[in-house]
Design a protein around this ligand. Structure first.
Ligand SMILES: Cc1ncc(C[n+]2csc(CCOP(=O)(O)OP(=O)(O)O)c2C)c(N)n1
Ligand SMILES: [Mg+2]
Length: 595
């Protein structure tokens, strides 16, 4: 056991003789790593053994997928690297789904993948697979250690590139390369400041905004990642421009600000959609305008096709990729917003003339949408009405509204993939950034729970809440053990509707209610949670939802993880995307009735 007084958090400087394991750990220290998620294995043990002397905590998880999701959540809330490390072969392939999710969430996760030793590689011995191709499409950078002498250099580069390119970096280390005795120099981290973008494109953008009659800002993930919320607010105030959140970035603009109009995308804000539909100039700030996030919703094709689009993105490859743009700015969202403010302050703004009218339109659209949400107590399609008729359970929308009202001010919320989690988009509002961690474009069920565990470890004083459907919960509840064993208290709200609802919706809409593989027989999730050492509650009355959430968040302060199993009807909101399926066509006689 390490003695606390022996912990040294300063990496050795200058050329120093050490083992590659030591060089590896010193490079983690140089990058300020304090937590690493994973499951032990012989391949990492030589390095793992000395973690305590450098004050690095290893958080053993139930599954490596959980470990990589935790690293993702940890990084998303803190802006620091999330790190995971596991056994070569199966431990590493278990990372894959979560690394793909981190890739699409633009999260700087460093995935450390010890590999089969160089002297047996290719012989098909034990736990061998070629680990670079597997991650080649889901990482921004892959560092392969081709010589143990390069341990510090390549480890350092992975940390640099994860930050620079804002996504996962893989560090692949043949397991025999942890051993030896060489001179190393621990590299200083390279953190490159991102600028505002080219002066000419900023000038063009400012000119367009100055002439705009109805400018609208789309505030994206880049605003959160650049700590640019205040700059975005200042720019919106200057223009008097309504601001919508890009899909699943509901924490990218304070919901209590008068110009906030809610999220675009699936189950987003009708107010936001109606306002952006009127725009003559759109400033897409820190968003790639992902295709899924701008699809028609609520029967509205709201994207303003004739508007001039100014897009700001830190990744030049995203500029103009999905939507036609008039001006592309390759820059940091915060710096670009500040540079635009500087330019606009010197200009006459056309939109100042109709500022008050625009504010009135914003107020009207927002209050209409709130009233509609208040009245939208349940889904009204034929199937939903049928299944709710005799159900003793809660309507999901009403339950989500109660959760919204009870959510502590400083809460972090993660959401999974499913029908109810998606409907929650209308009810998740945040006043500060780094608060919302949805399963982003990769869209894997099983994301939310481990991700919130990682977030809680990085921000232990903030209430941490995961929204998860019962199907996705089956994939991920094992990590309750990590919460209990490692004392990382969180709250999971499990939407128990006895179905893989989002997929069942497709069978309702396209497959004449033939429910194959979508009905779920579940045990009591609350009882399972209790048997695993957490608290478990079953809630089936609307009045109990808010108090349960508040009590569970309060219990986090005394180290308790709580699973709130909410019993809801089987009604289903709009599907993910109507464009993805078409009505079945069958040629063979035996399939004739399957239409
Ligand atoms: C890993 C993974 N497997 C399958 C899917 C396909 N899928 C999307 S939503 C969904 C249903 C989710 O059901 P549940 O978690 O119970 O939430 P509900 O829709 O009932 O609210 C499934 C299976 C997926 N997105 N990810
Ligand atoms: Mg379900």
């Amino acid at each position: 056991m390490s003695n606390k007084s022996e912990i040294n958090r300063t990496a050795v400087s200058g050329k120093t003789r050490m083992t590659p394991s030591e060089a590896f750990v010193e490079t983690l220290v140089a990058n300020d790593v304090t937590d690493v998620f994973g499951i032990v294995g012989s391949a990492l043990m030589d390095a793992l053994d000395i973690f305590p002397a450098s004050g690095i905590r290893y958080i053993p998880t139930v599954h490596e997928q959980g470990a990589a999701h935790m690293a993702d959540g940890y990084a998303r809330v803190s802006g620091r690297h999330g790190v995971c490390m596991a056994q070569n072969g199966p431990g590493i392939t278990n990372f894959v789904t979560a690394v793909a999710a981190a890739y699409w969430a633009h999260t700087p996760v460093v995935v450390i993948t010890p590999e089969t030793g160089t002297m047996s590689m290719g012989l098909g011995g034990f736990q061998e697979t070629d680990q670079l191709p597997i991650f080649s499409k889901i990482t921004k950078f892959q560092g392969h250690l081709n010589n143990p002498r390069r341990m510090a250099e390549i480890t350092g580069r992975c940390f640099d590139r994860a930050m620079l390119e804002m996504g996962p970096a893989q560090l692949n280390i043949p397991r025999d390369f942890f051993y030896g005795d060489f001179e190393f120099e621990i590299p200083k981290p390279i953190r490159i400041e991102r600028g505002a973008g080219g002066a000419q494109s900023l000038d063009e953008a400012a000119a367009l905004l100055a002439e705009a009659k109805f400018p609208v800002i789309v505030s994206g993930g880049g605003v959160v990642m650049s700590a640019g919320t205040d700059a975005c607010v200042a720019l919106a105030d200057l223009l008097g421009a309504p601001v919508v959140n890009s899909y699943l970035h509901n924490d990218s603009f304070p919901a209590n600000h008068p110009l906030w109009c809610g999220p675009l995308g699936y189950q987003g804000s009708k107010a936001g959609m109606k306002l952006i539909a009127q725009a003559d100039v759109v400033l897409a700030l820190g968003t790639r305008l992902g295709p899924f996030g701008t699809l028609p919703q609520h029967g509205m094709d709201y994207w303003p096709k004739d508007a001039k689009i100014i897009q700001v993105d830190a990744d030049p490859r995203m500029l103009g990729l999905v939507k036609k743009i008039s001006v592309g700015i390759n820059g940091d969202a915060k710096a670009a917003a500040e540079a635009l403010i500087e330019r606009l302050e010197k200009k006459q703004l056309t939109c100042s003339a109709n500022h008050e009218q625009r504010m009135a339109v914003i107020r009207k659209e927002k209050s209409e949408w709130e009233a509609e949400l208040d009245g939208w107590t349940h889904e009204r399609d034929a199937w939903s009405l049928e299944v709710t008729k005799d159900s003793p359970y809660m309507h999901p929308r009403q339950m989500l509204r109660e959760l919204e009202k009870a959510m502590p001010e400083d809460a972090m919320v993660s959401t999974d993939i499913g029908n109810i989690c998606s409907v929650a988009n209308s009810y998740l509002r945040f006043n500060k950034p780094n608060s919302f961690f949805a399963a982003m474009s990769f869209g894997n069920c099983g994301y939310a729970f481990p991700t919130i565990i990682g977030a809680k470890l990085a921000a232990p004083d903030r209430p941490a809440v995961a929204y998860v459907g019962d199907g996705a919960w089956g994939m991920s509840f094992g990590e309750i053990l990590t919460c209990v064993r490692e004392n990382i208290p969180v709250t999971a709200v499990v939407f128990h509707n006895k179905q893989w609802g989002a997929e069942k919706k497709n069978q309702v809409d396209f497959y004449s209610n033939r429910f194959l593989g979508t009905n779920l027989e579940n045990p009591s999730f609350a009882a399972i949670a209790r048997s695993m050492g957490a608290e478990g509650m079953v809630i089936d009355k609307l009045d109990d939802v808010g108090p349960a959430l508040r009590a569970a968040c309060e219990a986090q302060k005394s180290g308790k993880t709580t699973i709130i199993e909410v019993m809801v009807t089987q009604e289903l909101g709009d599907p993910f995307r109507r464009d993805a399926l078409s009505n079945p066509v069958r040629f063979l006689d035996k399939n004739k009735s399957y239409v």
